[in-house]
Unconditional design. Sequence first.
Length: 321
Amino acid sequence: MSTCFGVIEVDILMEMGLLSGLLRLAWTAGILPILIALIPSSSLHSFRNIISGFAQRGKIMQSSSARFTVPQKFFGHFYIVAVLWTTLLLVMTWCYAYHIRSTNQQSEVRQSVFLLLLMEAQVLRRLFETMYIFKYSPSARMHIFGYLTGLYFYTAAPLSLCCTFAPEVFKFATNWIEEFIVKGRNQMIITEFNEWGIIVPLIRQRWYTWIGAGLFSWGWVHQRRCHAILGMLRENKTQVEAYVVPEGDWFNYVSSPHYLAEIVIYGGLVVASGCTDLTIWLLFAFVVANLSLAAAETHRWYLRKFEDYPSHRLAIIPCVY
């Protein structure tokens, strides 16, 4: 019997390593082309144009580049997928954290629950903003590659926050559902969820997790403010095609403060994780690289569009880039 359990544990460990490895490989594959495109070399001009073309959308996409594009309002698809997927992972991991008896893993699983809670707060707000704050122009488009990348990102990002235990969590959820069906709904609810232990992942966290949550909240609040400013620019539906220079909050320092806030948000997740998970670091690196490229394109568009554009503003990071 002990040999059988040993084989099961080895299989789970192999699955955990495989999932983490695949996610790390995927994030690295996404980061490298962007980093190459950011190198200021004339010999890379054609490659840079290709990568930049994938990132273009909305106001910075040329009207002649409508081939292989989808409406920009499809952004909402990202957050519908993100909310459903993050909620599923959160519920399953939370239940697993409640039932797990290994003291060596309890704190780490609770940390994954907390990270997923932060992610849930982010994607729920983004879904709300897409539905009620942003007013996409009917002519606004985005490249199909960017659309597919967004769908991948909001599937892989929540999974990266809990990939260490994801295979165990899925096995646990499958077994729980089977037991639920066999024993019956009422008995399962009484036996499994009659203690306050379910709230433990909310309160028992390490000190650096709370620091990361504070950093996340700082970025979260400023991104909400910046998105509200962008949304108000087009409140007048008769001027939906018009665009003016946004002012206020972090817009006073950079052209894409909502991207800067997103970097702060994912930096908060890195800190909250303890800064030791390579998968989460690569997720963060992808966010920084991708948004830096998009911010550079946006900044160049502002400079071309407005002759009196504030000269002190940089693309995304004050005093740096």
